[in-house]
Design a protein around this ligand. Structure first.
Ligand SMILES: C[S@@+](CC[C@H](N)C(=O)[O-])C[C@H]1O[C@@H](n2cnc3c(N)ncnc32)[C@H](O)[C@@H]1O
Length: 330
C-alpha cells in the first residue's frame, strides 16, 4: 500500500470516529460534514485503486506482447537451426559415402597390387620349376585321368596341394574342413580315397562354384568322400566384431583334424578369413593342422597374427612355402 493511500485511510478512520462521536452528541451538522469527508475519501481511494489496476493491466499487456515477440523469434531460430542440422547431416552422409567408397577402392587396389606381385613372383623361372615339379609329383602319386581342374591363380598352387596330399597320407585325418572350394577339394578327396578313410567338407559361399566343384567331384566318383556345403556369407560375431562369414553352426562341425583356410575371397572385405579360427578352433582335435593360403597378403598375415594372440593353443608349425603357412593347434 502506498503512503498516500495510508494517509487517506487514516483520515477516513479519524472522520468515522469523529462522525460516530458527533452522532452520539446529536451534532447533525458535524456528522454531515464527516459523511461528506468519508465519501470524498472513499472516492479518492477508489480513484487510486482504478489508476493502479489500469497501470497493472498495461504492464500485463506489454509483458504479453514481449512474450509473443520472443516466441516468434525463438520459432524463427528453431527453423534456422533445424535447417542447419539437416544440412550438416546431409554433408556427413555424403562424406561417409565418399570415405566408404574410397576405402573399397583402396582395398581393391591393394588386392590388385598383391595379385600382380604374386603373379610376377610366381612366374620367376625358379618358382615355375618348383611348381612344375610339385605338379609332376602329384601326377606320379595318383595317375588321375584328365582333364584336371586348374591349379594356381584362384586355386591353390601345386606346392600347397602337394603339402596337403602329403599331410593326408601321413596323418590319415578322419575329418577335413575346407573354407573355399575348388581344385583343392578335388585333390583332398583323391588323397582321402587313396587312404580308404576320411571325409572332407568344403564350405562354399558361391552357388555357381559349389555346383562347379560338385560336378568335378561327381565326374571322378568322389562324392562319397567329399561334400560341398553351400553356405552363403552372413553376419558372424567374433572377438573383433561382426564379419560376413559362412552360414554354418560350428557346434555341428568336427572334430576337425585338418583345416584349410582358403576362402572367402579377399574381395569380400578386410580380414575376410579372420572368422575361421574364432568360429572353428573349438572343433579342432589336439594336434590338428591348419593350412592358411595367400599369406603373401596383408589381410591373411594380420588374421594369423590375431589368431595367435587370441587362441593360446595355436602356434606356427614352422612350415611356410610360397604363399601358404601351416599352424598347429594344441
Ligand atoms: C581362393 S579360392 C579357393 C579355391 C580352393 N580352395 C582351391 O584351392 O581350389 C576362393 C573362391 O574361389 C571361387 N572358385 C571356386 N572355383 C572357382 C573357379 N573354377 N574359378 C574361379 N573361382 C572359383 C570359390 O568361390 C572359392 O570359394
Amino acid at each position: 500500500m502506498g503512503a498516500r493511500s495510508l494517509a487517506v485511510l487514516v483520515v477516513i478512520a479519524v472522520a468515522a470516529v469523529v462522525g460516530v462521536i458527533a452522532a452520539l452528541l446529536d451534532r447533525t451538522d458535524v456528522s454531515l460534514v464527516v459523511v461528506v469527508l468519508l465519501l470524498a475519501g472513499t472516492a479518492v481511494l477508489a480513484l487510486q485503486v482504478f489508476r493502479r489496476a489500469g497501470a497493472a493491466a498495461a504492464g500485463v499487456r506489454d509483458a504479453g506482447r514481449e512474450v509473443r515477440r520472443l516466441r516468434s523469434e525463438l520459432a524463427r531460430h528453431d527453423k534456422r537451426s533445424a535447417a542447419n542440422v539437416r544440412m550438416v547431416r546431409r554433408e556427413l552422409l555424403r562424406s561417409h559415402t565418399a570415405v566408404t567408397s574410397l576405402g573399397t577402392e583402396v582395398r581393391e587396389l591393394r588386392a590388385d597390387i598383391s595379385s600382380v606381385r604374386s603373379t610376377v613372383d610366381a612366374s620367376r623361372p625358379g618358382k615355375l620349376l618348383t611348381q612344375v615339379q610339385a605338379l609332376e609329383q602329384i601326377r606320379d602319386k595318383f595317375h588321375v585321368p584328365g582333364p584336371l581342374p586348374d591349379v594356381g591363380g584362384w586355386a591353390l598352387d601345386p606346392t600347397g596341394l602337394l603339402w596337403l596330399i602329403d599331410e593326408i597320407e601321413r596323418r590319415r585325418p578322419a575329418y577335413v574342413v575346407e573354407c573355399g572350394s575348388g581344385t583343392s577339394t578335388f585333390w583332398i578327396a583323391i588323397a582321402l580315397r587313396q587312404n580308404g578313410q576320411g571325409q572332407v567338407v568344403s564350405l562354399e559361399h558361391h552357388r555357381k562354384f559349389a555346383e562347379r566343384t560338385r560336378s568335378v567331384l561327381a565326374r571322378h566318383g568322389l562324392t562319397d568322400v567329399a561334400e560341398i556345403r553351400h553356405a552363403p556369407l552372413v553376419a558372424t560375431q567374433t572377438p573383433r566384431g561382426n564379419f560376413r562369414w559362412y552360414d554354418i553352426d560350428p557346434e555341428h562341425i568336427g572334430p576337425i583334424d585338418l583345416l584349410v583356410v582358403d576362402g572367402p575371397p579377399g574381395t569380400m572385405g578386410p580380414l575376410a578369413r579372420y572368422p575361421a579360427l574364432p568360429s572353428l578352433h573349438r572343433a579342432l582335435t589336439p594336434g590338428a593342422c591348419i593350412l592358411v593360403d595367400d599369406m603373401h597378403r596383408v589381410d591373411e598375415k594380420e588374421a594369423v597374427k590375431h589368431w595367435l594372440e587370441e587362441i593360446p593353443k595355436l602356434r606356427r608349425s614352422g612350415y611356410m612355402h610360397e604363399s601358404s603357412e601351416v599352424l598347429v593347434y594344441g
